[in-house]
Structure formats: structure tokens, C-alpha cells
Design a protein around this ligand. Structure first.
Ligand code: GDP
Ligand code: MG
Length: 726
């Protein structure tokens, strides 16, 4: 197909871009990421009147100022790739707000067609929009459509082709921003003309507006392009800012925004929009919002909905998770019976199958969670949750939308940080998003719970429920404080104001939900799959090599033979022999582990960990816990079944720990706290690195969390030892 015409779909979030995109391109689409960042890039193609069209779905934005990654991505695409036509998808039932972005396209002077979407919703509300008059006033085609059903899409594409065929370039719209700003702009024009690199890309007046809005990217580009002019421009911007601050107490961006809205209002209010009903009629959405964002009822409903999502994610996916894990267990049994004992078998079963199983094991959870989130998002409820939680989270330097990742990661009890990290995608500001995804691993995920239960059950059995509840509270407290700390240090920066509007409630479509769910799940498989397999093999090697020395291996072999002979002569019961053989095998495995690289690290770490009362055996378990927290219990089990002189196999791990002289309630509490807060498991680390766009953040989370957990554990142990262990 000849696809030499590129059209970019843009618009506010929830305007219906993706619906239109899916309608246009169907299955002929491709989802990728913009280079280096996690903003999705969707592309597809379609055919109209024999003309191939390349369609790009830009991220949803409210403006074109570089306040968020999405906005920067959308803008850079428009400027660098110069699409032949920009289709601005606006929600006809919410026209005034949505035209704010359209207005900025006009200022930027891009070839524009406005798709007046959701005209059905507007009609249902008794709102009529005179598209023709609107089009005349704005100077660009305005085509009413219903993206869901495809109504009007042909006319839209006709208009697109017509715009693509015109030779004359769209002139940037000339808006007035009030005397102060206008005066500053005319002063700035000659200076802006000096910055050739900028004027080659953007209209002059637009550059001036961005400088006044303090747009980082443009300010920087100006400084590079013409340092001397940039200094003068900056001075002038500061003068206007000061002046506006002193006179009316607002920043230039607010003045500019007000004038844009004024421009839109003036266009709309002269007969473009007519309402059949009285203006103050409560629409269904507003009625629902009266209840749903009510001061007391709102949080209750929210708690219910979040709890439902949580239950849905973790209990319904359980069957699939179990099914997958038994499937992998089955493969393992197959491998076990087919291959002879040795490094190859160990590599396949502990390295590869465990790794692939680890990746795929999360798929059902992620799929269910994204489905649940897609329902909340598409229906419009998620925006309400964010709206209600924003005040509290704002205090900690986060955003209302951070609540979802926290809950999914285990904020209620038992969850998983992997989908939690991925759920941070609903956050728009990069710093708030980073702060959220770095702190969600502090929550008590489902894999930490058994360890907590074991330790609490063993050492604090009198107050089990209370301690579990305390552990949940502590996790929230630590996560929020850590977020605050990060936002005050490495992630310092202003919080984004709550610009998210409350979109009207809508019934999500199954097709939309399915596409949303699948593309995110697939991205996880693709992203995490390869890396996890590699690291899993690496960890396996660390726990296996160099293994036993020749002498020791021979020694164990000898032990085995002796046991067998003894069994023959003493005609001991077969059961007892098996037990002895198992014991020898476990002992051999333990010695191998101790001698492996991982084991040696565990032993070396004892020098540091002793201040927290943690011995080398626990260290190995904690090290294994970085592979997956589930490993902690099994490794502890192995480690503590071996030091036992009595070889009393029947004692449970809990009893063993209770009897072990190295353990007591103080140690248990220190270990407990350490496990709650130390380095996330490596699948989470990989997801953090991928989502944050840099391995630096993955490493940061491992080091930061471990140091924090360590200092907490040392503090608990030292104080506890002083008070109780004399
Ligand atoms: P995006 O954020 O701009 O990609 O918006 P989506 O395409 O995800 O659409 C948001 C919601 O609006 C979805 O629930 C759609 O089903 C719904 N929607 C999109 N277009 C229309 C339309 O023309 N009419 C109606 N009634 N709903 C629509
Ligand atoms: Mg979308």
C-alpha cells in the first residue's frame, strides 16, 4: 500500500482517539514505545479512496507545553515528523475544555482537522453543535463523528485528504493574551528571530508564548541557539512574570490559558452550541459524581471498588496461576525423568524452566489487573479515585493516581509489585511516577506474606493478627515516607497540579478493554521475558558453582555407599534408608550451596549482617529472596534442617527456629523488618528499570531499599538487645 500521507491523532485523554484509531486501522496496527521512554507509540495504516494513510495515535495530552512526557512526545512528533494532517479528536459533549488543545494546534499552525467525536453523547444531552459555523470561525474543517460506530469517519477522511492536498501551509493563529503579555511578546520578537534553530521549527509568536510559559525544552533550545539573545529573553520573561505576580498575583501561563479559554468561549457562544434543556440540568455523570465523590460516601465506595479490583485480580487469576505452576512442575518432572543428574539437568530445571515459569507465572495476574484497571479507566472511575486521593498523596509528593499501584502491590495484604510497577503508567508526571514505582516494592506482596506469617507465628504467636495489621500499616508508612524523602532529594521538583478532568462516565466496550489488556500484557512478556531468563540463569549459576570440591564429593558418595551397605547388613527398613540417603543428599546440597559463589557471599555478608543479628544461613535465604521472595522459606528450611545434630527430620521450620540459640524475638523482628523492606525481587527490579527507562533506577532501588532495611534492622536489633537480651 502506498502510504505517503501521515495523519496524527491527537486529543485529550478519553476523547476517543484510540477508539477512532482502532476503527481506522483494525488489526493493521503496531504498538511500540517511543525511543528510550515508556510512552506507547501506536501506528497503523488504512486505505481511503485508494489512498494509503499512515495513522499514528499520539499520547493523550491536555496541552502542548512540556509539562509531562506525553506532551513533549506529542509536540516533538508534530514538529519533527511533520505529519501531513493532524486530526484533533475532541469530545463534543465537553467541547470547551477539549478545544483548549485544539486552540494550541491553531497557534502552532499545524495542518488541522477537528474530529467532533461523541456527537451521539452530545445529542443525547440535547446539545446541538453547528459544525459548519465552528469550522468557519476556526478556519479548519470540523467533522462530527461517532468513533464507536464509525459514523462520519468517511467524511473525516475526505477532509483529511483535502487538507493533505492543499499547497498553502496553515498559518499560525494569532491570539491576544492581554496587554502585558502582548507587549512582552512584541518586545521579544526581534530577539527570537536571532534564534535561527528555533524559528526553523516553530512559529515566532509561539516560541515567545512558550518562553513565557517557562517551557524547559524551548528555554534550553534558545540558550543553545543564541546565548546572548536567550539571556535578554529570559530577563524580559522574568520582568513580565514579576509584574503579573505583583499586579494580579498569577503567572503568565495562567494569563495565557485564560485568554485561550476566552477565545474558545467567544467562538462557541455565538450560536455554535445550542442546548435544548436548561443549562443547569444535572447530567447523569454529575448526578453519579454527587454520590461517588461525596465527602463520606466517596471514600467508602472507593474502598469497596478497590477491594473488588484487588480481589478480582488476585483470586480469579489464582486458578490460572496454579494451572501454570502445575504445568511447569509437570515439565520439571518430565525433565527429571528424562535427563541424567548433572549440570545440564540442573540448568534446565532450576535455571531455564524456573526463569520462564517465573515470567509466565505473572502473566495471569497482570492480565487480570490490567483488565480491571481498563474497566475503571475506560468507565471514568479511575479519575475519581485519583481526584479523591490526591490531597493525601500530594502531601507525600505523589499524585492521586499513585493509590492504585500501591494497592496492587500489596497495600491491602498480599499483592505483587510487578503489576504494581506497571500500574504506575497511569501517572503522567515523570517524577511522581518514579517516586511511586520506586516505593511500591515496600508493600507486603504475596510472596513476603508466608515469611511474615512464619516469623510472627513462631515468635509473636500471642498477637498474630495485631502484628500482621501492624506490618501492613508499617509498609504504607514507610512507602509514603520514602516517597516524600525521594521527592525532597533525588526526585525534587514541583508537584503537578491536579489537571486531570473528571471525564463523563461511560460504558467501556469489550473490544476496547480486550485491546488495552492484551497490548499491555504482551508488552510485559516481551520486555521482561528475555532479561528475566538471562538473570535467572545467572542466579542459578551463582548458587551452583563452583560447587563441591572433589574430595567432598567423594566423601558424600562414600557416605551413601556406607549407608547402603549398612542397610543391607542390618536389614534395616527401606524407609529408614531412604531417609538417610535424603539427609545425605540435602547435606551435600547445603555444602554445595555454602561453597558456591552465592553461599560465599552469604558468609562474607555475616560480617555486616551480624549487627542486625542475622547469621550466614539466613543471609543465603535473603540472597535467594532477591531471586524471588518465595525462595526465602525454602532456603531457610534447607539451611536449618542441616545444622541439626539430632537429625530430627520431623521438627518443622518454625519449631527449629524457636529452638535455635541464634534466634529470639528480637532477631525475628529485625529479620522481619529487613525482609519487608530490602531489595525487591529481580523481576520487580527489571520492571522498574524498564518502566523508568534506565537500569540506574533498578540498581538504585536495590541499593536504597537494602540500605534502608539494613539500618532499620540494625536499629531494632541493637535497641532490642539492650532492652531484652541481657
Ligand atoms: P482515548 O483516551 O482518547 O484513547 O479514548 P478512548 O478511545 O479510550 O475512548 C474513551 C472512551 O470513550 C471509551 O470507553 C470509548 O468506548 C468511548 N467512546 C469513544 N468514542 C465514542 C463515541 O463516539 N461515542 C460514545 N458514546 N463513546 C465513545
Ligand atoms: Mg488511548
Amino acid at each position: 500500500m502506498d502510504t505517503n500521507i501521515t495523519i496524527a491523532l491527537s486529543g485529550n485523554p478519553n476523547a476517543g482517539k484510540t477508539t477512532l484509531f482502532n476503527h481506522l486501522t483494525g488489526a493493521r496496527q503496531h504498538v511500540g514505545n517511543y525511543p528510550g521512554i515508556t510512552v506507547e507509540q501506536k501506528e497503523g495504516c488504512c486505505l481511503h479512496r485508494g489512498q494509503g494513510l499512515r495513522v499514528v495515535d499520539l499520547p493523550g495530552t491536555y496541552s502542548l507545553t512540556a509539562y509531562s512526557v506525553e506532551e513533549l512526545v506529542a509536540r516533538d512528533f508534530l514538529v519533527n515528523e511533520k505529519p501531513d494532517v493532524v486530526v484533533d479528536v475532541v469530545d463534543a459533549s465537553n467541547l470547551e475544555r477539549h478545544l483548549y488543545l485544539g486552540c494550541q494546534f491553531l497557534e502552532l499552525g499545524v495542518p488541522l482537522v477537528i474530529a467532533l467525536n461523541m456527537i451521539d453523547v452530545a445529542e443525547n444531552r440535547g446539545v446541538t453543535i453547528d459544525a459548519l459555523t465552528l469550522s468557519e470561525r476556526l478556519g479548519v474543517p470540523v467533522i462530527p463523528i461517532v468513533a464507536r460506530t464509525g459514523r462520519g469517519v468517511d467524511q473525516l477522511l475526505d477532509a483529511v485528504l483535502a487538507v493533505a492536498a492543499t499547497e498553502t501551509r496553515q498559518q499560525p493563529a494569532f491570539l491576544r493574551y492581554g496587554s502585558d503579555v502582548d507587549e512582552a511578546l512584541s518586545y521579544m520578537m526581534p530577539l527570537i528571530r536571532e534564534c535561527n534553530e528555533l524559528t526553523a521549527l516553530y512559529p515566532e509568536r509561539w516560541i515567545g508564548v512558550k518562553l513565557l510559559e517557562n517551557d524547559e525544552q524551548i528555554v534550553q533550545k534558545a540558550a543553545v541557539s543564541h546565548p546572548a539573545a536567550a539571556v535578554k529573553l529570559k530577563e524580559r520573561c522574568e520582568t513580565v512574570t514579576d509584574h503579573l505576580q505583583n499586579t494580579i498575583g498569577v503567572y503568565p501561563e495562567a494569563v495565557i490559558a485564560d485568554h485561550r479559554y476566552g477565545y474558545i468561549k467567544s467562538i462557541l457562544h455565538q450560536g455554535v452550541v445550542t442546548r435544548k434543556f436548561v443549562a443547569d440540568r444535572l447530567y447523569a455523570s454529575d448526578k453519579i459524581d454527587k454520590v461517588v465523590t461525596h465527602r463520606f460516601l466517596g471514600p467508602l465506595i472507593m474502598a469497596g471498588v478497590l477491594f473488588a479490583l484487588y480481589t478480582f485480580t488476585f483470586s480469579y487469576s489464582k486458578v490460572l496461576v496454579e494451572w501454570l505452576s502445575s504445568f511447569f512442575a509437570l515439565i520439571n518432572i518430565g525433565v527429571d525423568s528424562l535427563l541424567p543428574d548433572g549440570p545440564l539437568k540442573s540448568l534446565i530445571s532450576s535455571g531455564i524452566i524456573a526463569g520462564v515459569g517465573g515470567v509466565l507465572g505473572f502473566v495471569p495476574i497482570i492480565m487480570f489487573m490490567f483488565f480491571g484497571i481498563a474497566v475503571l479507566e475506560d468507565s471514568g472511575y479511575l479519575a475519581r479515585v485519583a481526584f479523591m486521593m490526591d490531597r493525601i498523596f500530594h502531601f507525600f509528593g505523589l499524585h492521586g493516581s499513585s493509590v492504585m499501584p500501591f494497592i496492587v502491590s500489596g497495600g491491602i495484604a498480599g499483592g505483587c509489585a510487578v503489576p504494581g510497577v506497571m500500574a504506575t503508567r497511569t501517572l503522567r508526571s515523570p517524577k511522581e511516577r518514579l517516586a511511586t514505582l520506586l516505593t511500591v516494592p515496600f508493600m507486603n506482596c504475596g510472596a513476603k506474606l508466608p515469611v511474615l506469617t512464619l516469623l510472627i507465628g513462631t515468635f509473636f504467636s500471642d498477637h498474630q493478627a495485631r502484628y500482621m495489621f501492624l506490618a501492613t500499616l508499617a509498609a504504607w508508612f514507610v512507602a509514603l515516607c520514602a516517597a516524600k524523602f525521594l521527592r525532597m532529594t533525588v526526585l525534587r521538583g514541583a508537584s503537578t497540579p491536579f489537571v486531570m478532568e473528571l471525564p463523563p462516565y461511560r460504558f467501556p466496550t469489550l473490544k476496547g478493554l480486550a485491546i488495552h489488556t492484551w497490548e499491555r500484557t504482551w508488552q510485559y512478556i516481551k520486555k521482561a521475558g528475555t532479561v528475566i531468563l538471562g538473570i535467572s540463569i545467572l542466579l542459578w549459576a551463582m548458587m551452583t558453582y563452583p560447587g563441591l570440591t572433589h574430595d567432598r564429593a567423594a566423601y558424600f558418595e562414600q557416605q551413601r555407599q556406607q549407608a547402603q551397605q549398612a542397610a543391607v547388613t542390618a536389614s534395616e527398613a527401606k524407609e529408614l534408608l531412604n531417609k538417610t540417603l535424603q539427609q545425605i543428599k540435602a547435606e551435600e546440597a547445603m555444602e554445595g550451596l555454602r561453597n558456591s559463589l552465592g553461599g560465599r557471599i552469604g558468609i562474607a555478608c555475616e560480617r555486616v549482617s551480624q549487627y542486625a543479628g542475622i547469621d550466614w544461613r539466613t543471609n543465603i535465604a535473603l540472597l535467594g529472596g532477591i531471586a524471588a521472595k518465595e525462595v526465602i522459606i525454602s532456603t531457610l528450611g534447607t539451611a536449618y534442617s542441616l545444622g541439626d545434630v539430632n537429625r530430627n527430620n520431623t521438627a518443622s521450620l518454625s519449631e527449629r527456629l524457636a529452638k535455635d540459640p541464634g534466634w529470639n524475638p528480637v532477631v525475628a523482628l529485625a529479620v522481619l523488618v529487613f525482609i519487608m523492606f530490602y531489595a525487591p525481587c529481580f523481576i520487580t527490579v527489571i520492571c522498574i528499570a524498564k518502566e523508568a527507562g534506565s537500569w540506574k533506577w533498578g540498581a538504585f532501588s536495590m541499593i536504597f531499599n537494602t540500605l534502608f532495611a539494613y539500618s532499620m534492622a540494625v536499629m531494632i536489633y541493637q535497641i532490642g538487645a539492650l532492652l531484652y537480651l541481657r
